[in-house]
Ligand binder design. Structure first.
Ligand code: 13P
Ligand code: SF4
Length: 323
């Protein structure tokens, strides 16, 4: 029996061989480590990954991201084997909205439609009218009837930004991402003093005061697009640090300065692997070894309860049609 390769380049080559053998495609989010982004067939933000999962002809999808992303792939491609290298890779935002709590809230607010961020479980999506990502939330909400009464969840910061730019008055769920909530205006002001010419880019999951001082507010893909097209040479980046790999790859002559979190790393007791705390420990649970093992063994595979899947796929498809 062949031994598992131990060095990184042999492991990457073995992963590509397995992809050919199994007719598999590797999708990776920008927050995964650089070596995973390099071995992937396709890297993208949540919206692009969902689109790719819906369109691919591959028989097997290895989703390197977090669990809800693998679930989204399975919902859009139920006939395919969807592998999640580490099914324990969760999401603090998805965890902040349990389906039973949303159901109760909906019952308390008859006549409201539900717009859910893609960072949710399939069970929450099954209670949802339309899903959005940070890349299309404004576009989708703008198309909803002007008099619609809307519950938006679970990201409070994204919802409040969308209320502001659309003039809506959506009821907001009080959830948040533990990575993005750590960025502070103070840190950005400090970096801006050191780099006065730098453009400040912030993800829409950041708090309102952080977004207020940002020049570019959007999804990870929006940041990449902006940095590629803009002539500025320096960028202060308030999002998960994994995006810097692709920013630097696509814009080798530009400088990207990650915003450190408000909480010093020595005070962070939420995870052991991260050194800067602007990393999502869930995204970083994906490793080359786990991808190799998943491809070799055909597991861990993501499954969604068929009754939930039937309901949950509809708001995702609606989103793809509207964006
Ligand atoms: P994007 O849709 O910008 O990729 O964001 C996903 C995410 O999980 C942000 O924390
Ligand atoms: Fe979830 Fe935050 Fe990690 Fe994105 S960065 S996957 S929102 S925990």
């Amino acid at each position: 029996m062949l031994k598992t390769p131990t060095n990184v380049s042999d492991l990457k080559a073995a992963i590509r061989d397995l992809c050919r053998e199994k007719q598999a495609i590797i999708l990776a989010h920008y927050y995964t480590t650089g070596d995973i982004q390099e071995v992937a067939d396709f890297i993208g933000d949540s919206l692009a990954l969902a689109r790719k999962a819906a369109a691919t002809y591959a028989k097997v999808i290895v989703m390197c991201g977090v669990h809800f992303m693998a679930e989204t792939c399975k919902l859009l491609s139920p006939e395919k084997l969807v592998l999640c290298p580490d099914p324990a890779a969760g999401c603090s935002l998805a965890d902040s909205c349990r389906a039973e709590d949303l159901k109760k809230f909906k019952d308390e607010h008859p006549g409201y439609m539900v717009v859910s961020y893609v960072n949710t479980t399939a069970a929450v999506k099954a209670l949802t009218d339309v899903v959005v990502t940070s890349g299309n939330a404004k576009k989708v909400v703008d198309q909803l009837p002007k008099d619609a009464k809307i519950i938006f969840g679970p990201d409070y910061n994204l919802g409040s930004y969308i209320n502001e730019v659309t003039g809506r008055d959506m009821l907001l769920w009080n959830g948040g991402c533990h990575v993005h909530e750590r960025f502070s205006v103070e840190q950005i002001v400090r970096l801006k003093k050191e780099h006065p010419e730098a453009v400040v880019m912030a993800h829409l999951e950041c708090k309102a005061p952080v977004l207020a001082v940002a020049d570019v507010k959007g999804s990870t893909a929006d940041m990449l697009k902006y940095a590629k097209q803009n002539s500025a040479k320096q960028y202060i980046v308030a999002t998960e640090a994994g995006i810097l790999h692709e920013l630097q790859r696509q814009c080798p002559d530009k400088e990207f300065i990650p915003v450190p979190p408000e909480i010093p790393s020595e005070e962070c007791d939420s995870h052991s692997s991260c050194t800067s705390c602007n990393e999502c420990q869930y995204m970083k649970m994906n490793t080359l070894q786990k991808i190799y093992d998943a491809l070799k063994n055909g597991q861990p595979a993501v499954e969604v309860d068929p009754e939930i899947a039937e309901l949950a796929v509809k708001p995702i498809e609606r989103m793809l049609q509207m964006s």
